[in-house]
Every structure is written in C-alpha cells, then in structure tokens.
Design a protein around this ligand. Structure first.
Ligand SMILES: Nc1ncnc2c1ncn2[C@@H]1O[C@H](COP(=O)(O)OP(=O)(O)O)[C@@H](O)[C@H]1O
Ligand SMILES: [Mg+2]
Length: 183
C-alpha cells in the first residue's frame, strides 16, 4: 500500500510539470467527523474539460516518457476504497484544484507516511516554486508558507542545507504539536 505522502509527491509533481509558481497543499484531519481531506491547488497551465475527463482514465497521459499516466487514477482508486471521492476543477491558463475527501479511520486508508520529509524534499528540489502547506486537526492548525520564509531569509536560499534542515524540523515539530500526520 502506497503512503499518502507518496501520492502527494506524485500529485504535486503534476503541478510542477504544469509550470506552477505556487502550490498549495491543504490537509484536514477531522477526527470528529471521521473525514480526511487532501486538496492541492496550483497556478499552472491548467486543463480543459476534455483533458480532465481523460485524466481520470488510467491510460491517459500527456507525458511521452511513460506510456500510461497512473498518478491520478491510482489516487482516485485509493480514495474510493475509503468511501471518498476526488474532484478536479481546472481552468486552462489559470490553474488546477484537486480536492479529495475520504474516511479517516477506514481500514484501507493509507498511512500518512513522512509528510515532513516529503514537503521538505519538494521545497528543496524546486527552488523556483513557492509552497503553502496547511495541516489542520481537531487540536489546531499548522501552516508553512515558503514566501514568508524567503522574506525572513533574505539572500540565503531556501535550498541552503541549514535552512532545509530547519524547515524539516519546523514541520515535524509543528505537526507533532497538533497531533497531525501521525499514522
Ligand atoms: N495540476 C495539473 N495541471 C495541469 N495538468 C495536469 C495536472 N495534473 C495532471 N495533469 C494532466 O493530467 C495528466 C495525467 O496525470 P497523472 O494521472 O498524474 O499521470 P502522469 O503524471 O503520469 O502523466 C498529466 O500528464 C497532465 O497532462
Ligand atoms: Mg502524475
């Protein structure tokens, strides 16, 4: 079973390939309602309606390096196993919003995996892209906005090993504080 953090990595890669400059990741663990939502919004080139329909089809991809695109269909299958659903809203030239929601405590719900290192890796490997990561639980909200960190860091790039190390710790501690992304 694939961790949610790996699905996230794959979905954000789509945003990056679509030329996004800003990617927003929203995760909401609602224990009371037994519901987990994961939304990804980007300002990339977007898709027209025909492409959105095809994207849900496991044999469609615009990539040429691999014949089939399985990122989104695999995610949709995992979400549907947990009585959830995925929707994609997209405007060509403006961006894409992928929204998903499913049962948090479903037996088939994949574990979160390492959200701290996944988000840190995305930041480290994509210096030209800003990320806003918001994680909500019943105990609180954790938010990381690379635009704010960039402003504080000034000349020092986010990919600097010390900054990257700090970001990873900041996410890990932030999630711990709200009991987020535990299992
Ligand atoms: N955020 C996005 N913005 C623009 N196009 C997207 C986005 N996500 C997916 N797509 C389009 O949908 C296709 C299928 O995506 P996916 O199922 O992840 O397979 P793959 O990434 O292997 O092509 C991509 O090749 C791309 O054309
Ligand atoms: Mg993909």
């Amino acid at each position: 079973m694939q961790d949610l953090s790996l699905f996230l990595l794959d979905l954000v890669q789509n945003s990056i390939r679509a030329g996004a400059g800003l990617v927003k990741i929203d995760i909401h663990e609602n224990e009371k309602r037994d519901w987990l939502s994961i939304d990804i919004a980007d300002d990339g080139r977007g898709m027209d309606d025909k492409t959105i329909k095809m994207v849900m089809d496991p044999f469609y991809t615009t990539r040429t390096t691999r014949k089939v695109g399985l990122g989104i269909p695999l995610f949709v299958a995992a979400v549907e196993r947990c009585q959830g659903n995925v929707t994609i809203e997209s405007t060509a030239g403006r961006g894409t919003k992928l929204k998903s929601g499913f049962l948090l405590r479903h037996v088939d719900r994949p574990p979160f995996g390492r959200l701290d290192s996944t988000v840190t890796t995305l930041i480290m490997c994509n210096p030209g892209i800003d990320f806003v990561y918001c994680h909500k639980t019943d105990s609180g909200i954790f938010t990381l906005d690379t635009r704010e960190i960039r402003e504080i860091m000034g000349e020092i790039p986010l990919e600097h090993p010390d900054v990257i190390g700090w970001i990873e710790t900041y996410i890990r501690d932030g999630l711990k504080e709200i009991d987020g992304g535990v299992s």
